[in-house]
Design a protein. Structure first.
Length: 346
């Protein structure tokens, strides 16, 4: 399949480019498009044939449901049985923005594979001019997971989408780099207490300030082997480059670790803040300025993908405090590393 790359300007609505994408979508095809978090791979959410193509293109397991993107808060009523008050509060406070809200879906409206048989659906109104313009022109909801092959880091640039899906999907809307760089917060409001199933740009503290009561964080339950995770995506390998990733605190030990690994015959790729540029690793990819968690969030997936283009045999990635957006960063880093931390005794 030939993949068309369409450059879309963030400000100008270049009607022709959107028309092409809208045509593909109306013809049961998939289209990759930018959001403020990561690039999504979209299909009309009521079209089962189209939605199936998302799973095929990504090689995504069919029991992992998709987020449905909508263009306004009003549309929620079309897909949701009863909108809980907390959901309403959160939409008003954070939409458009990086917050997905899981609610009870109205039966038989969305394509079956969108909800993967759960009966619930995650809705989100993205805060990106290209995504919003696409939704406005399409006038239909868009089911869209991140536009990467399953297991790979999510794409934050159109070129990342092309690396994974060129020749497999018909169209990529290129709107430049995404701003936040990590996927949306997934909040489940179907239980008594709202639960964060996946941390993201909208933090626990931000949610609690709006809701006025505690919000649970499901990080502790997601590692349990014996239960089905609430966000099915959490049980799969994620965000992983080819070479093994080890986490390490950002201090002087990084230099010792690199020496030690090189002595064992490794070629090391280091992902760390700017001040570690001269640590002696074969490859260095920066998170940006030291202590800048927004830059770290925006740059993490690009850095993980860059490691795949090297012949590094091991990747060291420095960590950050699990606070604010740091919770989401640490969640993705731990998944990329499969929970492994560097220690010089192994
Ligand atoms: O920022 C984002 O959320 C991006 C952009 C494209 O919007 N999308 C994204 O989708 O990250 P995806 O499919 O890669 O991740 C969706 C996550 C998965 O962990 C999935 O299991 C969970 O949300 N999820 C989706 N629907 C759910 C539901 N009904 N109940 C529980 N978890 C759900
Ligand atoms: Mg994903």
């Amino acid at each position: 399949m030939n993949t068309i790359h369409v450059l879309v300007d963030n400000c100008v609505s270049s009607e022709k480019s959107y028309a092409q994408a809208v045509d593909f979508l109306n013809n049961s095809e998939v289209v990759a498009f930018p959001t403020e978090t990561v690039y999504g791979l979209g299909a009309v959410a009521t079209d089962e044939e189209a939605v199936k193509k998302i799973f095929a293109a990504k090689e995504r397991p069919s029991d992992n449901p998709l987020i449905v993107h909508i263009g306004s808060i009003e549309e929620v009523a079309l897909y949701i049985e009863e909108v809980p008050e907390v959901a309403q509060q959160c939409m008003e406070a954070f939409w458009p923005g990086p917050l997905t809200i899981v609610m009870q879906a109205k039966p038989n409206i969305l394509a079956e594979s969108v909800t993967a048989g759960l009966g619930t659906v995650g809705l989100r109104m993205p805060n990106h001019p290209v995504a919003l313009e696409l939704l406005r022109e399409l006038k239909k909801p868009l089911a869209a997971p991140s536009a990467n092959r399953s297991g790979k880091p999510s794409p934050t640039k159109a070129s990342h989408v092309a690396e994974d899906l060129d020749g497999i999907i018909p169209c990529i809307l290129d709107g430049g780099s995404t701003g936040i760089g990590l996927e949306s917060t997934v909040l489940d409001v179907t239980t008594d207490k709202p639960v964060i199933l996946r941390p993201g740009g909208v933090t626990k503290e931000m949610l609690e300030a709006v809701i006025g009561r505690p919000v649970l964080q499901s990080m502790h339950t997601e590692h349990k082997q014996d239960t089905t995770p609430k966000a099915p995506g959490m049980k799969y390998t994620h965000y992983a480059p080819e070479a093994p990733v080890y986490l390490i605190e950002p201090n002087q030990k990084v230099i010792e670790a690199i020496k030690q690994l090189q002595a064992e015959g490794h070629r090391v790729a280091l992902i760390a803040p700017q001040s570690f540029a001269n640590s002696g690793a074969e490859y260095f990819f920066t998170y940006g300025k030291d202590g800048d968690t927004n830059a770290m969030s925006a740059g993490l997936y690009d850095a993980l993908r860059a490691c795949d283009k090297t012949d590094a045999t091991i990747i060291l990635a420095t960590v950050t405090e699990a606070q604010g957006v740091g919770v989401a960063i640490m969640n993705r880093l731990e998944k990329a590393a499969g929970g492994k931390w560097y220690s010089n005794n192994d």
